[in-house]
Design a protein around this ligand. Structure first.
Ligand code: HEM
Ligand code: HEM
Length: 244
């Protein structure tokens, strides 16, 4: 611990929350999802062996999961933004307040989304929560592994966007917000269309979560401790060599 500075500890909060809270919750939600589907589809006798509460347990923990994923994505964006801004020689205080306002508005939208009853309000506050995440994620301090501008040679570089922790993370968080917005419709709809949509989209979300489990630890290994950065970033990342 003595090699960590405050800034490193702040950056660690996000992976700690993901590993200690989000992934265990995901495991339980997936277990109850499989039980819910089996109970509904197995022949009567076999299905009866599964308790009738699995659907509501899946929903109860699924709601916690969605909120936790939005939280972990906010933390993943906010931590690098504010630690990088705190090191700038001059900071635009309007921008700092704007970003704080966006974070507060995103959290408020998420809270209201959890309470909203009608389809209209759920749609409105799901959109606002998603927009908040995207606005934060679009800040130049957030590393997206997408495209970067090389100021020396005046050209854009395309990076490995298909292995981006940012894009998979935002996609997973948006799918969780969508689940929060539509889950009452799963019960209302006799044709089961929403149920099927929910299952397909959340299998995709589960793949994104798996992606986060791969790309997150990779990023953790690549990012140096704060007092090592000025030395490490002298390395040539194209050819994987460092000055002696
Ligand atoms: C993490 C990924 C998730 C997966 C893979 C998943 C998958 C499933 C599956 C397989 C079912 C059963 C479908 C059937 O009966 O055929 C289901 C039902 C349901 N899910 Fe999810 N789900 C996930 C997350 C969530 C979340 C985050 C919520 C709420 C915010 C949610 C709400 C519901 C509801 C309300 C039902 C209906 C339960 C019932 O029949 O009582 N799910 N889900
Ligand atoms: C549900 C799971 C997760 C989600 C939704 C998520 C989301 C995000 C987002 C949106 C960012 C900001 C973009 C970026 O810098 O790449 C981020 C950053 C990051 N995440 Fe995650 N993440 C998750 C899990 C993890 C895990 C399991 C780890 C590591 C064990 C991890 C490590 C990191 C690191 C090291 C950063 C970079 C922070 C920086 O740039 O200083 N994440 N995450």
């Amino acid at each position: 611990m003595k090699n960590l500075q405050l800034e490193d500890v702040i950056l660690l909060l996000h992976p700690i929350f993901a590993v200690a809270v989000v992934f265990p919750l995901l495991g339980i939600v997936l277990y109850f999802a499989a039980q819910t589907r089996q109970r509904r589809l197995l022949p009567k006798e076999a299905g009866k062996k599964i308790p009738p509460t699995v659907g509501t347990e899946h929903l109860r923990l699924g709601r916690w999961l969605s909120n936790a994923v939005v939280g972990v994505a906010l933390l993943g964006n906010a931590a690098p933004i504010f630690t990088k801004l705190s090191k700038e020689p001059t900071v635009d205080s309007f921008r700092v307040w704007f970003l704080i306002l966006i974070i507060a508005a995103t959290i408020a939208s998420l809270v209201i989304l959890n309470r909203a009853r009608t389809q209209l309000w759920r749609g409105v506050f799901a959109t606002l929560t998603g927009m908040g995440l995207i606005i934060l994620g679009s800040q130049p301090e957030v590393y997206r592994r997408g495209e970067i501008y090389d100021f020396t040679n005046k050209q854009w570089f395309t990076q490995e966007w298909y292995l981006s922790h940012y894009y998979y993370g935002i996609a997973a968080a948006l799918l969780m917000i969508f689940s929060l917005a539509i889950f009452p419709d799963i019960y209302k709809d006799r044709s089961q269309r929403w149920r099927k949509t929910h299952v397909v989209l959340n299998i995709i979300a589960t793949l994104f979560f798996l992606g986060q489990g791969l790309t997150g630890p990779r990023d953790l290994l690549e990012i140096p401790l704060s007092w090592q950065t000025q030395h490490i970033y002298k390395c040539d990342y194209e050819n994987n060599v460092c000055p002696p």
